[in-house]
Design a protein around this ligand. Structure first.
Ligand code: BEZ
Length: 255
């Protein structure tokens, strides 16, 4: 997780409204193909739900996250974890792989992230991740931004970075990574309840622009504008997720 000043993470709220994020993380774990004994950095480890799965495969895991609350939740699982901003990693040549699920879109300085990952990896190490790609949650973002702008006259810079594959490939290659695979994957995602839970969990950077007393009404308004697009006749909500998943390697010989 990346905590901006206005985004706060609560492990209980996260478990209730966003457990699907780690539940749907197995394809990127498979792409990583973790080997027993490998030392792996989980960048944006959140509450450690995937970190512990990697550790159970016999890997040595270090989790980092900018949220102290999430790091505490990861440590409570018996894992090694630190409160660190992913845009200022300080590890040097110590990991066989850097893994990340659903975190990089919270880090709006991708070059700083990629520089830190490069430094953290041993030569030959892999950077394998999945995060929100171009067009991710576009319906939700449009509804939030329209409601803020047209009804409140407020423009708020979005908290997320959702790049095209070519843009992210260029950033990785410019640093020296070899991009073995990168793809944009539309993945409409059923939500565990009403989309208000998703908005309350993830859209705090937007709602923070409003007085506290106005936020419930604002969320209710966004929910109603989204209902015709994202809610079926049985009341089931689906978010318009698009993933960017990639596998890149740091060459053995430094370029
Ligand atoms: C995502 O996992 O793609 C995501 C989660 C929360 C907010 C925005 C995107």
């Amino acid at each position: 997780m990346y905590s901006s000043n206005t985004q706060h993470w609560n492990p209980e709220q996260y478990a209730k409204h966003a457990r699907f994020v780690s539940d749907l993380g197995m394809p990127v774990v498979k792409l990583l193909s973790p080997q027993s004994g490998e030392r792996i950095l989980d960048l944006g480890c959140g509450d450690g739900a995937l970190t512990i799965k990697l550790a159970a495969l016999g890997c040595q895991l270090v989790g980092v996250d900018s949220s102290e609350e999430m790091v505490s939740a990861t440590k409570a699982l018996g894992l090694d974890a630190y409160t660190v901003n992913g845009q200022s990693l300080k590890f040097t040549d110590e990991f066989d792989a850097v893994f990340s699920n659903a975190a990089l879109h919270w880090m709006k300085k991708p070059k700083a992230v990629i520089n830190g990952v490069w430094r953290a990896l041993k030569p030959g190490g892999r950077f394998v991740a999945e995060f929100g790609g171009y067009g991710n949650v576009a319906t939700i973002v449009n509804a939030i931004e329209s409601a803020l702008l047209s009804r409140r006259g407020t423009i708020v810079a979005g908290p997320w970075y959702f790049p095209q594959p070519q843009e992210y490939t260029t950033l990785l290659e410019t640093k020296g990574f070899k991009v073995e695979k990168i793809e944009l994957i539309p993945r409409p995602t059923p939500l565990p309840g009403n989309i208000s839970g998703w908005l309350e969990t993830f859209a705090q950077s937007y709602t923070a622009a409003l007085p506290v007393g106005e936020r419930p009404r604002f969320i209710a308004e966004v929910v109603e504008s989204l209902r015709p697009k994202l809610c079926d006749t049985n009341g089931n909500w689906t978010a318009d997720y698009v993933r960017l998943r990639f596998f890149a390697t740091k060459p053995m010989i430094k370029t």
